[in-house]
Ligand binder design. Structure first.
Ligand code: ADP
Length: 504
């Protein structure tokens, strides 16, 4: 098969070439299998729109087999009774394997998603390894509590009462295409730490790193069926997983629209769910800032990963005292950014993930212009086979515009001035979303007063989109519910059982 590799000046590891060249199968019950129908779907390299690989196109039949395998592994397999220290050891081993294969995983991610290979290695892969390692620690620290029960209607009672945290069961994990390996780790790691089993469905645009992770899971020695990976489309394989009655919990990251569909399907079976959804995260720049530092921060908040970040700082509100200078700085940065394939270490803006995403982003830019916005940087797609869109900065925007109200998921910033902090707060919160926000200032008093007024799951100060495995991450309002990472995620993958023991 002809593979859509990058030009010869960016050579791939032999291991990456070997992985790309071999036929791709899904991981079900510890075996590598094709789709029951034998159908495959094409995976394209977004840097040049050529064929990168083909993966099985799972449908409801394959999902049924994967869920059955996960169910068996949870109900009957050795996993449930495995010592927490052994689960910890297996997670640590997986972390080591991810690290040992970091460059290969980064190349696969870069070719599949379009992102910079340096970002893929330094952030996606490194944080995925660290996520397995961090969650390994939780495997031995899952605790209930001993509760002194009063039982008012049994005055002479002597009851020993406690709670235990038990694994929620079989987890269906549906993940997006912007950080494919990292999102797989965010779901699989807490599931394994708590003793759950998993069926993972990566996004149809970016299934490759999950399949490579599946090989590493096999190499680490997990019992069959503990982790199953099915590749396929959302409306077929994803929908079958979300509505499956044998799934105990759905863990989803993706758009709010799809999250609502999944949430409805899950609720019909009373399936537990955590939904990490879209955002339109505000960036607030106060008048005391160092203009150059703020401009660099604002540019990074929106353009990192081509703006394909759920917490991307896609709306900026800048105090009118510094508005022109900060925007001039952001526009200069946008105009100077080097567009290119993710495999080129000099690339600052890679291609968007797909032609569909490029059309969507360009549609938003056009709608902004049609509604009266003015571009001070970018505004166009590149005329080449790859899915490139220029980093774009729009001014003269307001809250009636689609480009200001809706999530774009691309390198498009809308900027608005404000003159008093109450207006900035009102505008920042005037959105259905509540995932992230950042404040740029050195005025400690203003910052502390502002933080509680912003409706967002994370507020950054003088930084944006920073993540750590120890900090809970998730959204308010239509950005979803539940929290990933940190201690908080353990609650999402466990059920609490109360025990009362009469010893009178
Ligand atoms: P996008 O539209 O940009 O692909 P989505 O939020 O729809 O973003 O996709 C995120 C994940 O959700 C992907 O793995 C996708 O296959 C899956 N998905 C899409 N539609 C559905 C659906 N109806 N049911 C379950 N999963 C879905």
């Amino acid at each position: 098969m002809e593979t859509g590799n990058t030009p010869a000046e960016f050579p791939l590891l032999d291991a990456t070439r070997a992985f790309l060249a071999k036929p791709k199968k899904m991981l079900i019950g510890g075996e590598w299998s094709e789709a029951a129908t034998g159908r495959v779907l094409d995976v394209l390299n977004p840097a040049n729109a050529t064929l990168l690989a083909r993966v099985p196109e799972a449908d409801a039949t394959d999902v049924q087999q994967a869920v059955a395998a996960a169910r068996r592994a949870f109900d009957q397999g050795p996993w449930r009774s495995m010592k927490t220290t052994d689960r910890e050891r297996l997670l640590l081993k997986l972390a080591d394997l991810v690290e040992a294969n970091a460059r290969e995983l980064a190349e696969i991610e870069s070719l599949d998603n379009g992102k910079s290979v340096l970002v893929a290695q330094g952030l996606d892969v490194a944080m995925a390894a660290q996520c397995f390692r961090y969650m390994a620690g939780w495997a031995t620290k899952i605790e209930g509590s001993v509760i002194d029960a009063g039982i008012p209607y049994m005055p002479d009672s002597e009851v020993f009462s406690y709670t235990r945290k038990e694994p929620v069961g079989v987890v269906g994990a549906i993940i997006p295409w912007n950080f494919p390996l990292l999102m797989a780790a965010w779901k699989i790691a807490p599931a394994l730490a708590t003793g759950c089993t998993v069926v993972l469905k990566p996004a149809e645009d970016t299934p490759l790193s999950a399949l490579r992770l599946g090989e590493l899971i096999q190499e680490a020695g997990y019992p069959a069926g503990v982790v199953n990976i099915v590749t396929g489309y959302g409306h077929t394989a994803g929908a079958a997983l979300a509505s499956h009655p044998q799934i105990d919990k759905i863990a989803f990251t993706g758009s709010t629209q799809t999250g609502k569909l999944i949430g409805h399907a899950a609720l019909d079976n009373m399936t537990r769910m955590s939904l990490e959804l879209g955002g339109k995260s505000p960036v607030i720049v106060l008048p005391d800032v160092d203009v150059d530092r703020a401009a660099a921060g604002v540019a990074n908040a929106i353009f990192f990963n081509q703006g394909q970040v759920c917490t991307a700082g896609s709306r900026v509100y800048i105090h009118d005292k510094v508005f022109d200078q900060v925007i001039e700085g952001v526009a200069k940065i946008a105009q100077s950014m080097k567009l290119g394939p993710g495999m080129d270490p000099a690339t600052q803006i890679g291609p968007l993930v797909s032609a569909k995403q490029r059309e969507r982003v360009c549609g938003y830019i056009e709608s902004g212009f049609a509604e009266g916005a003015r571009g001070v940087a970018g505004g166009k797609r590149l005329e080449c086979p790859g899915y490139f869109v220029e980093p774009t900065v729009l001014v003269d925007t307001n809250h009636t515009m689609k480009v200001v109200r809706e999530e774009i998921f691309g390198p498009v910033l809308v900027a608005m001035p404000f003159s008093d902090i109450d207006t900035a707060v009102q505008l920042a919160n005037d959105t259905p979303y509540g995932l992230g926000a950042s404040i740029w200032s050195n005025d400690l008093s203003a910052i502390h007063k502002l933080i509680p007024r912003i409706h967002a799951g994370t507020v950054w100060v003088n930084c944006h989109s920073l993540l750590d495995n120890a900090l809970p991450f998730g959204g308010m309002k239509q950005s979803g519910f539940g929290r990933e990472l940190g201690r908080a995620v353990i609650d999402q993958y466990t059920e609490s059982k109360s025990v009362m023991m009469n010893y009178a």
